[in-house]
Write a protein that binds this ligand. Structure first.
Ligand code: SF4
Ligand code: SF4
Ligand code: FES
Length: 330
């Protein structure tokens, strides 16, 4: 979806759930525009940004744009500032959110813009656990691509490498693993979950250096959240912070015994229980043909320890009975 196609009047999902920023007002140009990028004239439709112009030509330098997704109305967030470009008219500006005004002249190779992108990329890397060889996004990570394109050999601010300060890997969901040590706080997942999937599971929480991805339900783990395991957040995540659990390690260099989980250190894992792809709340909904003693819709088990289908849970987990069909999950 182009920025000018967004519905700017979309209300909050519910009064209790905050949306992301995909429903923010559009930021593009008011009308069609012609912009010159590194000497090449680019014709753009109404609603375009300078990033649209930059992406339309072979630029002098790579413009990463890490917090911008560019589809589905997700972004721009204007957080990472890895998309800075120089304009003759306005100086150095973030390309992702700057309107493509008719007649602008953009230079991606200008020294001040290139330096700004480099510094900002190094700042992102300084807060990122660079354990690429055990990461499920190795080889398909936008931060890795940006670092390679920029020729980063030694980030000027170092990398996040203090295991004592690592957040535990959240491996409690059978589908989505969260490694906050790789999160660059781009907000894409929040927007995908809240504004595109309309599930309202994720949120940004905290402030300053304590800012992190959390859950609107105040759950502590992905398994306890209201996640429906659609996977959209993992699809849009530019790094290995949110990874489809089934393909964690799928692209990594095989180092026997060395996994993302043990390279991070502390890991929150599910205790062997089976659960389906539905939220704990939805799993607890009574199924047809119940015996009247089923657990309630809030996930509470009935007094006899059975759940919504009247059968005992395999693992004793209240409300997990929808998947108590004898089959293995996943
Ligand atoms: S997988 Fe869960 S957290 Fe991710 S977008 Fe879907 S509902 Fe939201
Ligand atoms: S988890 Fe991924 S998509 Fe979400 S804010 Fe962090 S880096 Fe961005
Ligand atoms: S992509 Fe422009 S600020 Fe992040």
């Amino acid at each position: 979806m182009r920025s000018d196609e967004r519905d700017v009047d979309v209300p909050p999902l519910t009064e209790g759930i905050a949306p992301g920023t995909a429903t923010d007002p559009a930021v593009g140009s008011d009308g069609p525009a012609t912009v010159t990028v590194d000497g090449t004239a680019v014709s753009l439709e109404s609603g375009a940004t300078l990033l649209d112009a930059v992406e339309a030509v072979e630029t002098d330098e790579h413009v990463a744009a890490l917090c911008h997704y560019g589809r589905e109305g997700i972004g721009p967030r204007s957080e990472c500032r890895t998309c800075m470009v120089a304009t003759d008219e306005h100086g150095v500006v973030p390309a992702c959110s700057f309107p493509a005004e008719d007649g602008l002249t953009v230079r991606t190779g200008a020294t001040d813009a290139a330096e700004a992108r480099d510094v900002n990329l190094d700042l992102v890397l300084s807060d990122h656990n660079l354990r690429c060889t055990t990461c499920g996004k190795n080889g398909r990570c936008e931060l890795q691509d940006a670092a390679i394109e920029a020729g980063v050999e030694e980030p000027r601010y170092g990398v996040f490498d203090d295991r004592d300060e690592y957040e535990p890997l959240d491996d409690t969901s059978p589908f989505i693993a969260i490694d906050r040590n790789k999160c660059i706080l781009c907000n894409r997942c929040v927007e995908a979950c809240n504004d595109v999937q309309v599930e309202g599971v994720l949120r940004m929480e905290g402030s300053g250096s304590d800012t992190r991805i959390g859950f609107q339900s105040d759950a502590e783990t992905m398994a306890d959240s209201t996640c429906v395991s659609c996977g959209h957040c993992a699809t849009v995540c530019p790094t290995g912070a949110l990874v489809e659990d089934g393909i964690v390690d799928a692209t990594t260099i095989p180092l026997p015994g060395f996994t993302q989980a043990n390279s991070v250190g502390e890991t929150s894992e599910r205790a062997g229980e089976r659960s389906g792809p539905m939220t704990p709340k939805k799993r607890a909904e009574p199924t047809s043909g119940g015996d009247g003693k089923a657990g309630d819709a809030a996930g509470n088990a009935s007094e006899d320890g059975s759940d919504a289908d009247g059968a005992p849970d395999v693992n004793g987990t209240p409300g997990a009975g929808v998947w108590d069909d004898g089959g293995d999950w996943p």
